[in-house]
Design a protein around this ligand. Sequence first.
Ligand code: NAD
Length: 494
Amino acid sequence: MNRISHWIDGAVVAGASGRTGRVFNPATGEQTAEVDFASADEVDRAVASAVAAQHEWRAANMSRRAEVLFNIRDLIDANRKEIASVLSAEHGKVIADALGEVARGLENVEFACGVPNLLKGGYSEQASAGVDVHSIRQPLGVVAGITPFNFPAMVPMWMFANAIACGNAFVLKPSEKDPSVSLYLAELLKKAGVPDGVFNVVNGDREAVDRLLAHPDVAAISFVGSTPVARHIHETGTRNGKRVQALGGAKNHMLVLPDADLDMAADAAVSAAYGSAGERCMAISVLLAVDSVADALVDKIRERIPAIKVGPASDQGNEMGPLISAEHRDKVVSYLDGAAAEGARLVVDGREGVPPRGFFVNPSVIDGVAPGMRCYDDEIFGPVLSVVRVPGYEEGLRMINDNPYGNGVAIFTRDGGVARDFQFRVNVGMVGVNVPIPVPVSYYSFGGWKSSLFGDHHMYGPEGINFFTRTKVVTSRWPDPRTSSVDLGFPQNR
Ligand code: NAD
């Protein structure tokens, strides 16, 4: 059985805790590897390696750090296909989707290549007589990233690119469900010139996470995962004096108004609901259809579903893969099983015709959904689109704003005035206008509102640079006999 270990101080380190987890190929249902689960001692070893390496790394010339980031960029670019196939084998997403994930992650490495520009501070000359003031951004020290299963390459890149570019050392705790790609990236980073200890990977579960949350040498925690865990990470990390950004789950709505191009809206809903089998935090899971067009829109969506090719990534023609695990598949199916009893209608039943092996659920549509039903209230995280019919724009907007999540949202309309009103009033962090999955490009920042994000910083982009640095302001005066005197008053500038 293939064994997946840790990456500490620039080398693979076999786990010694005696605890392991099972890794599967979700397309076949077969176990493919055992992953070592780190003990607190093994986490301490990774953090110690990071502490030792960070002093020299932060002192490296800015242009040297940028050069290493450019090398990382080139190596990831050259190995896109290999990275996509490593992650797809454990996650299950089809290769085209995995390549898209790598491409969106790479954008963040490219952003971080501009670190000399990004870390420029401000300077004010003659703030007082002979006194100048300047601000500088400095790294935090050792920072940790804890990442989810659904983007095993991209989400680590969201974090580590900016973190190490800014002069921090990084400890990654990837999802235990698809850990191999992190070790693959670790090897590339070493080849790119990242010094040993600046990037470490500890595999594991809650035990490793709890140690990172408590470790006195970990200055900040960057987390992406489900809302209950995000809340726990934020509460515990901040209680322990750490800077924390914790991104949680989602329930993303797409509001379709009667004046929208219904074919475009149907294409978008199908793409955004079933891409990556709905296991995206920016997937559309609720379609808010205004009554007058709801029947037509649901018909158009139903017409498109039979054309979606579901199956293993090994067949290049497939467009949608399996879910991550048998437990998760059973959970998703439970929403289909329960829909009728809750008063909804299962109009496309994804339990039918699934491939014989693996953790598959086919694209599904539940119509007549309303708040209070499990399929509306819970994050399903599978290929299930819930249709809620609303009388008009205002009712749709109210429902979105009443939802406890606020990650992504989309409106489909031809009316620019309504779209502008929507972006002004909607309580959601990332908004699409005729765009179903509005993931910001890397030079903006990613983050939801309400229960989709805990902490003050969004992820990557300019906010990522802010998160991984702290500001120092220096007020200086050079000896000048003409401006020197004893003065016990509070320093004033006028
Ligand atoms: P998860 O919360 O189960 O796990 C995320 C990470 O936390 C993993 O590394 C896991 O090992 C660790 N973890 C799990 N339980 C823990 C516990 N009790 N204590 C400490 N650590 C724990 O999430 P997942 O199932 O891997 O990923 C899917 C979830 O992530 C969905 O809810 C999805 O919406 C969310 N997500 C959010 C974003 C975003 O940007 N907001 C992006 C991707 C995924």
